[in-house]
Design a protein around this ligand. Structure first.
Ligand SMILES: C[S@@+](CC[C@H](N)C(=O)[O-])C[C@H]1O[C@@H](n2cnc3c(N)ncnc32)[C@H](O)[C@@H]1O
Length: 304
């Protein structure tokens, strides 16, 4: 920490310590109302849930949309699925892009995020729908259905386009296979999936070990994937490239080469003095398509 930030941080920390909790709550609520009124931002606490606070919410949302249009064929009339939609980072710019024939469906395990999106987005755009995913994860341990068995609550071939932003970084292989299969099921033939993954391969592992290297950041090696912490594996998972390719093939999804480093979670955004975002240097976007001639395999299961 620089001496300047030490000087600035200490009075702020001090003020926080001496301000009683009820007063802090009132101030926080006022700040949240103001940031929504002025900049259309969700509450800071909800933004913090989906990404580190330095990560610019609106800019990265716009980047994602731009990338989908330019590189993955998204069109204004598309029916879009947002898997693990968070607090509307994509839905907000998409609500200005999709036309009346298009639609958006997003789901997430965290109720507060879904509630915020419903109250601020669906009320203005009824063709934007958000659902709570009742699936058991580290963050929703009381749910009954495991990630490996969760059936997306949509009919077969309902969507033209799907996005899975920073969710395969929190799902172990059984769940990742299931989420890919479910996505394949709900995409129409020719529909596209864009997903972000933390990826490593033989070459990445051979690079000199630094603080940002795969071996340093994801210490626990499970063969085709590595985790940061074996006690809470879902906190951060990196996959070996070959495993990703195998899972896509098994789900009947064709990867449109190459794996792309230049999308949404852009490494260029990471301030050089921040260690918390360094893992994003290994974050790649995979664009895939459900081929036009696929017959649904036996794993296909529709919601009842
Ligand atoms: C890093 S955030 C990304 C959110 C959003 N895609 C974005 O880019 O802003 C990961 C999100 O996944 C959600 N999540 C975690 N496990 C999930 C699961 N198994 N199914 C659906 N959502 C999940 C979390 O609640 C969180 O909102």
């Amino acid at each position: 920490m620089s001496s300047l930030s030490r000087t600035i941080a200490s009075p702020v920390t001090l003020a926080r310590r001496v301000t009683p909790q009820p007063v802090r709550n009132v101030l926080r609520a006022a700040y949240d109302r103001l940031s929504y009124a002025v900049a259309g931002l969700p509450p800071r606490r909800l933004r913090g849930w989906i990404s580190p606070t330095w990560f610019d919410f609106h800019d990265t949302g716009r980047d994602q949309l731009e990338f989908f249009v330019e590189m993955a064929g998204l069109r204004p009339s598309h029916r879009v699925l947002d898997i693990a939609c968070g607090v509307g980072r994509l839905a907000i710019p998409l609500s200005r892009y999709l036309n009346g024939r298009g639609s958006y469906d997003g789901f997430d395990i965290k109720e507060e995020l879904v509630d915020w999106c419903r109250s601020k987005i669906s009320t203005r755009r009824p063709n934007f729908q958000f659902q709570l995913a009742r699936v058991a994860t580290r963050w929703s341990p009381n749910e009954q259905i495991s990630v490996d068995r969760y059936c997306f609550p949509y009919q077969d071939e309902r969507f033209d386009f799907a996005y899975a932003g920073s969710i395969f970084t929190h799902i172990l292989p059984g769940g990742a296979c299931n989420y890919l299969e479910q996505t394949s099921r709900v995409l129409r033939p020719g529909g596209r999936l864009v997903a972000t993954w933390l990826v490593y391969n033989k070459r990445t592992l051979e690079l000199t070990q630094t603080t940002g290297s795969v071996e340093h950041s994801w210490k626990f090696d499970h063969g085709e994937y590595r985790v940061k912490d074996d006690d809470q594996p879902e906190a951060s998972i990196a996959y070996e490239e070959g495993a990703i390719r195998r899972m896509y093939a098994e789900a009947g999804l064709q990867i449109l080469e190459p794996f792309r480093p230049d999308a949404s979670y852009n490494a260029a955004r990471i301030p050089s003095n921040r260690s918390e975002g360094i893992h994003l240097h290994h974050c790649l976007c995979v664009i895939a398509m459900r081929p036009n001639d696929t017959r649904r395999a036996s794993h296909s299961s529709q919601p009842t």
